[in-house]
Design a protein around this ligand. Structure first.
Ligand code: ADP
Length: 263
C-alpha cells in the first residue's frame, strides 16, 4: 500500500541527522586546524624579535657593555627589535578585535577627502625623508561614504604607509576617488617596485611578505594588509590590487556612497 513504513522513515531521519553531524564535525576540524596553524605562525613571528633582542642583551652582559661604541649600537638594535615586537602585538590585537567582533562597527557618513588629509598629515615627515610627494587627486563631487571612520582611517593608514615604504625616491603617491551612483572607489597608487604576479594573490594573507627580511627591516609586521582585508570584509567589501614590476602598484576598495544630499 501507499503508507510509509515507519521504520524506513525513522531510518531516513537518523541518516540525515548523521549527515548533518558529519558536516559539523568537518567544520570544527577545519577550525581546529586553522587555530593550530595560527598559533604556530604567531609563535614564530613573536620568536623572531624576541630572539634578536635576547641575543643583543646577552652579548652586552657577556662583556660588550664595556665597549662604549658597541654598547650603544647593541642597545639600539635591541630597542628596534622590541619596537617591532610592540608593533606586532598591537597589530595582532587589532586583528583579533576585528575578528571577534569586539570592536563594534560605527557606521556614519564620512568625508573621504577629509579622512585622507588627516592620514596624509601623519606621514608627511616620513615621505619627506625620501622626497616622496603625497597628493590627493582632484575630484568633481563630494566624496562621502557610509562607513566606519576609525576603521577606514586604519585602512588608509596601512595602504599609504605601504605605498611610501615601497615607493621610489622622489616619486608621487596619488590617492584618487571615483564617485559612482552607488559607490565610492578609493585608490592608492605608488610609483615603486611593484609586486610580481605570483605574490599578488597572497599578499592579503596574514604574515605573507614578498621579502621577509626587508619587511622586518622596515618595521613591517606582515599584518597590515590582512587588517585591511578584515576591515573591508566588515564593510561587505574587499581590497583589489594591480601591479606592474618596476612601475608600481594600485590598491583600491569600494565603499557605499552615502545618500547624496547635494553635490
Ligand atoms: P608588511 O608589514 O610586510 O608591510 P603587509 O601586510 O602590509 O605587511 O604587506 C604584505 C606584503 O605585501 C609586504 O611585505 C610587501 O612585500 C607587499 N606590499 C604591500 N604593499 C606594497 C606596495 N605598495 N608595493 C609593493 N609591495 C607591497
Amino acid at each position: 500500500s501507499g503508507t510509509l513504513n515507519p521504520l524506513q522513515s525513522i531510518n531516513e531521519e537518523i541518516f540525515s541527522f548523521a549527515e548533518l553531524k558529519q558536516k559539523e564535525i568537518d567544520e570544527l576540524r577545519k577550525l581546529e586546524a586553522f587555530r593550530k596553524e595560527f598559533i604556530a605562525d604567531v609563535s614564530h613571528e613573536l620568536k623572531t624579535p624576541i630572539f634578536a633582542a635576547q641575543g643583543f642583551v646577552h652579548t652586552l652582559l657577556d662583556g660588550a657593555v664595556n665597549d662604549k661604541n658597541v654598547r650603544t649600537k647593541f642597545l639600539k638594535k635591541a630597542a628596534k627589535s622590541l619596537d617591532g615586537l610592540d608593533a606586532l602585538v598591537q597589530d595582532l590585537l587589532t586583528l583579533s578585535h576585528i575578528e571577534t567582533g569586539q570592536i563594534k562597527m560605527h557606521f556614519e557618513t564620512i568625508d573621504m577627502v577629509k579622512l585622507t588629509e588627516e592620514v596624509i598629515e601623519q606621514f608627511e615627515e616620513k615621505a619627506e625623508e625620501r622626497k616622496i610627494k603625497l597628493r590627493i587627486d582632484g575630484h568633481p563631487h563630494k566624496v562621502i561614504a557610509y562607513a566606519d571612520w576609525q576603521r577606514i582611517n586604519q585602512v588608509m593608514t596601512n595602504l599609504i604607509s605601504n605605498a611610501i615604504k615601497h615607493s621610489s625616491e622622489e616619486s608621487e603617491v596619488l590617492i584618487s576617488f571615483e564617485v559612482t551612483k552607488k559607490n565610492i572607489i578609493t585608490s592608492v597608487r605608488d610609483h615603486g617596485e611593484g609586486i610580481a604576479q605570483e605574490h599578488l594573490v597572497r599578499i592579503f594573507e596574514r604574515f605573507y611578505r614578498v621579502d621577509k627580511s626587508r619587511s622586518r627591516e622596515k618595521g613591517g609586521t606582515g599584518l597590515g594588509l590582512a587588517i585591511v582585508k578584515h576591515i573591508l570584509e566588515n564593510h561587505k567589501s574587499k581590497p583589489e590590487v594591480e601591479s606592474v614590476i618596476g612601475k608600481g602598484s594600485v590598491f583600491s576598495f569600494r565603499l557605499p556612497r552615502a545618500k547624496p544630499e547635494e553635490d
